[in-house]
Design a protein around this ligand. Structure first.
Ligand code: GDP
Length: 672
């Protein structure tokens, strides 16, 4: 067992291609978890173990690996790299205590760097910066630091800096030593005094570091004035830097080149020295990061392989024990915890328990991503995960008879792994519809269906998940009456419907006073309203609706719950027709970065997509456009941008909100 203070749960986040996978691989090698390093371009890395990731060269699965460094246990959680997977990113960020943000030393701050930075802010995660690829021509450590300070309004402190702009030797600013790697493999790291010619570089970096740390410890300023930048004890500086980092006053920055094996060990030192332990993070009331505290664990990832389901859980408080029952918040049931395993890069090891601060795998059991586990009989719980509504649909058809037989089971497993996917049946065509966050999200889901679950499907082109609401309030009176012979049916309600706040789904209130409708029928009425709202007058799900039950009547013998449910479903549909249906479409937030010379073409193309430009930023040689655009006009954007920008553009697309479709476009939208 390890003490909690010597545990680090951390992740690596970056824009695609910044080198996250390469760096993760090096970390596992330097901590002894794997012998030989796989290279991304050879498609054999250990973390990216899924076939689709290898094909596409991007990281989708939040694989987790346990390793050790300087007597500490590190859990490296590999967060997905593409923005269509923001749900996967945010649910893995949630189980981290700190992050390493990787920058491409040439490209600097890229669109998705901003996205992950914002997400790390939302989770109040302390972070360190790793400026990678310093072996490449055109890379600049200083420029990257300036860009981060400017873009994010934070103070960056240089901790490991390159000499001669190169990553072959680096200077450790805290200990004021030169870091020297003797071999190409980067395994042998020695240190030496900093030669005279790099002395002023060191002094400048150290002064900047001390100034940053003085935000936490003011007395450092006096010492700086008295003894100069090199006069301060490394231990004292490191301690102040740890506190300043944990309080997110400062972002320490390290230089390196994962590919040429430079700078990885200092980064591991920084993870241990500067990033939080589980004890340093706040927990909800009643929970403590201690083994004998009440249990609170969060299931953040489920994967299926030939042995069945493997659920990754983070234990926040208390102890999770093999063979015991736990309370599952989702349905208030008490499932049994089966085998527990520690997951290393490529293998697993059985354990009988996992204590606060740890990340552990649960074998078997029907847990889904987002489940919260606590002691049976306790009501201590963690906040459930927020899963945005999927906005894109594709109709799918099994390819063969065998595929048809296996499709249901495979889709069930897929939804357990990724609850941001939805499956439904098209009411008109009877086709199976798969819904997700965007075009690429669905592409990946289909690949997983084929490669991991062995089911081939043919998919239709991406469709927009429209919704509908109403323009104004309306009253409606509906009666169901069948009382001739046999058991009778009677239900009668009067409802008032009104437009609700965006994102509010259904807000229902019983405003009857005199028992016109007995209270025992009210839950059935609410169920009926939800039934009715699955398909409104325009054929889309109804959202953002307030419904008041304002009157009605019942029959002592002939009224049943079922009758009220039926009448409520009819009432809400008809009332919405009276209230003037309004078609809603999803809008996306788009951020495009292109070489300056292509900006005009990009803007021209965006205007043909009904985009609203919200911000335009001219960088050094590159420009960034921020815009809002209807989802319906984003399909195929990746290919279009690649052709406009000759492959040098990149973009980030994420769901923003639903908005009314302009009147002139409603017919076209509904026809599509
Ligand atoms: P990810 O998308 O962030 O996971 O990035 P990868 O680790 O897949 O790296 C993207 C590409 O950059 C691959 O071809 C890597 O070999 C290459 N790469 C990664 N790190 C470095 C580096 O330090 N220097 C150079 N020159 N190339 C690198």
């Amino acid at each position: 067992m390890t003490t909690i203070s010597r545990t680090r749960n951390f992740g690596i986040v970056a824009h695609v291609d910044a080198g996250k996978t390469t760096l993760s691989e090096r970390i596992l090698r330097f901590t002894g978890r794997i012998r030989r390093t796989g290279e991304v371009h050879q498609g054999d890395t250990v973390l990216d173990h899924r076939a689709d990731e290898r094909d596409m060269g991007i990281t989708i699965t939040a694989a987790t690996a346990r390793c050790a460094w300087r007597d500490h246990v590190l859990h490296l959680i590999d967060t997905p790299g593409h923005v269509d997977f923001t749900v996967e990113v945010s649910r893995s960020l949630r189980v981290l205590d700190g992050v390493v943000v990787v920058l491409d030393g040439v490209a600097g701050v890229e669109p998705q760097t901003e996205t992950v930075w914002r997400q790390a802010d939302a989770h109040t995660l302390p972070r360190v910066l790793f400026v990678n690829k310093l072996d490449r021509a055109g890379a600049s450590f200083d420029r990257c630091l300036a860009a981060v300070e400017e873009r994010f309004g934070v103070l960056v402190a240089p901790v490991v800096v390159p000499v001669d702009g190169d990553a072959d030797c680096l200077i450790d600013v805290v200990s004021a030593r030169l870091l020297i790697w003797a071999d190409a493999e980067g395994l042998e790291l020695s240190t030496g005094p900093v030669p005279e010619r790099w002395r002023s570089l060191l002094e400048q970096a150290r002064e900047r570091l001390v100034l940053a740390c003085s935000l936490f410890d003011g007395s450092l300023l006096e010492e700086l004035l008295q003894d100069g930048p090199l006069g301060i004890e490394p231990e004292r500086l490191r301690n102040a830097l740890r506190h300043a980092t944990l309080e997110r006053l400062v972002v320490p920055a390290l230089a390196g080149s994962a590919y040429t094996n430079r700078g990885v060990q200092p980064l591991l030192d920084a993870v241990v020295d500067l990033l939080p332990s589980p004890e340093d993070r706040a927990l909800p009331l009643g929970l403590r990061p201690e083994a004998d505290a009440p249990l609170a664990a969060f299931c953040f990832k489920v994967v299926h392989d030939k042995f069945g389901a493997l659920t990754f859980a983070r234990v926040y408080s208390g102890t999770l024990r093999e063979g015991t029952r736990v309370r599952r918040g989702r349905d208030d049931s008490s499932p049994r915890v089966g085998r527990l395993v520690r997951v290393f890069a490529a293998d697993r090891e059985d354990v009988s328990l996992a204590t606060a601060g740890e990340i552990v795998g649960l074998l078997g059991g029907d847990f889904i991503t987002g489940d919260v586990l606590s002691d049976v009989g306790s009501d201590v719980a963690l906040e459930p995960i927020h899963i945005p509504e999927p906005v894109t649909l594709r109709a799918i058809e099994p390819q063969t008879r065998k595929d048809r037989d296996r499709l249901g089971g495979a889709l069930r497993r897929l939804l357990i792994e990724d609850p941001s996917l939805r499956v439904s049946t098209d009411a008109d065509t009877g086709q199976t519809l798969l819904a997700g966050m965007g075009e690429l999200h669905l592409d990946i889901a289909l690949r997983r269906l084929r490669d991991d679950h062995g089911v081939g499907v043919t998919a239709g082109s991406p469709l927009v998940a429209y919704r509908e609401t109403i323009a104004r309030s309306a009253d409606h009176d509906v009666k169901l009456k069948k009382q001739s012979g046999g058991p009778g049916q009677f239900a009668h309600i009067v409802v008032q419907v009104r437009p609700g706040a965006p994102g509010s789904e259904l807000v229902f209130a019983d405003r009857t006073s005199g028992g016109e409708v007995p209270r025992c029928f009210v839950p059935a009425i609410e169920r009926g309203l939800r039934d009715g709202m699955t398909r409104g007058p325009l054929g889309q799900p109804i959202v953002d609706l307030e419904v008041d039950l304002v009157g009605g009547s019942f029959h002592a013998n002939d009224s049943h719950e079922r009758d009220f449910q039926l009448v409520a479903a009819r009432a809400v549909r008809e009332a919405c027709r009276l209230g003037g249906p309004v078609l809603l479409e999803p809008w996306m937030r788009l951020e495009v970065t292109v070489p300056e010379s292509e900006l005009g073409d990009v803007l021209g193309d965006l205007s043909s997509r009904r985009a609203r430009i919200t911000d335009l930023e001219a960088g050094v040689g590159t420009s960034t456009v921020r815009a809002e655009v209807p989802l319906s006009r984003t399909f195929g954007y990746a290919a279009k941008l690649a052709s406009i920008s000759h492959g040098r553009g990149s973009f980030v697309l994420e769901p923003l909100a639903y908005e009314p479709v302009p009147g002139a476009l409603v017919a076209e939208a509904l026809a599509g």
